[in-house]
Design a protein around this ligand. Structure first.
Ligand SMILES: C[S@@+](CC[C@H](N)C(=O)[O-])C[C@H]1O[C@@H](n2cnc3c(N)ncnc32)[C@H](O)[C@@H]1O
Length: 237
């Protein structure tokens, strides 16, 4: 850009008429988009065998069939598609009777574009059970396309998690996945984002974060629940 100092670049990002386009490019280069299908299998096992069935039962008991899941920082889509697969595995034919939405957000438009397309390499499926790959993907040469039936319940949209007003507009969730995202934030932003998630969750709802992340010194509002291989953070009912 022919700018000589970081100060000039900062000034550009704050005041130039084309700052929004440059900001989007900056986001692309400074974010880490590492992800995969079935990332952290022990945590997903707890979700599939315990958290999800209990959540669905609670909703059924209230005479409802509406479920909202939020995948915040979804990168190229492997996480929300994994959640869609697990929902299909757990609900089977009952799924069509439910009103289900997975809101999948990311800062980067480029990763969202790839996510909407749903085309992956074998590497993205390295921790995915073979029977799941056979059942939910269409293999064409060296690429794997997600089965179209996984897509309708997912809504991919851009969001910056630092924008608390945007987060407030998000529909209330039963379950939030925000894995391997807050690790890149400073403590103040972690607190702000976790507080927004707490406000967004329905009473009794829960949040799952990344394997190497913790809410230590960040939030005491959630009740940590210890499961084999993972901690689930619960909002009191
Ligand atoms: C390492 S990936 C994690 C993807 C997935 N959740 C997983 O665990 O596999 C982190 C993602 O968070 C997104 N991200 C980082 N900062 C963000 C922000 N302020 N708002 C929204 N998304 C953000 C990045 O663009 C990136 O795609």
């Amino acid at each position: 850009m022919n700018l000589k100092t970081f100060g000039e670049y900062y000034y550009f990002l704050r005041f130039d008429a084309t700052r929004k386009e440059e900001m989007a490019k900056l986001f692309e280069v400074i974010t880490t988009n590492e992800t995969s299908f079935y990332r952290n299998p022990p945590q997903l096992k707890v979700f599939q065998d315990d958290i999800l069935p209990a959540t669905l039962d609670g909703i059924r008991k209230r005479g409802q069939k509406k479920l909202r899941i939020w995948s915040a920082g979804c990168s190229t889509g492997e996480e929300p598609y994994t959640l869609s697969i697990i929902l299909h595995e757990v609900l089977k034919t009952e799924l069509s009777q439910w009103d289900i939405k997975i809101t999948a957000n990311d800062l980067s438009e480029a990763v969202l574009k790839a996510a909407r397309q749903g085309r992956y390499s074998e590497y993205a499926l390295r921790t995915t059970p073979k029977e799941i790959v056979d059942k939910y993907f269409i293999k064409r040469d060296t690429v794997y396309d997600v089965q179209p039936k996984l897509k309708p319940i997912i809504n991919f949209a851009p969001i910056n998690l630092s924008d608390r007003f945007m987060l407030k507009r998000n529909e209330k969730s039963n379950i939030i996945f925000c894995r391997n995202v807050i690790i890149y934030f400073d403590d103040e932003m972690k607190r702000q984002v976790i507080e927004s998630f707490y406000d967004n969750l329905l009473p009794g709802g829960c949040m799952l974060i990344g394997h190497s992340e913790s809410l230590h010194n960040i939030s005491r509002t959630f009740k940590p629940e210890h499961h084999v291989g993972t901690i689930v953070y619960r909002k009191q009912a």
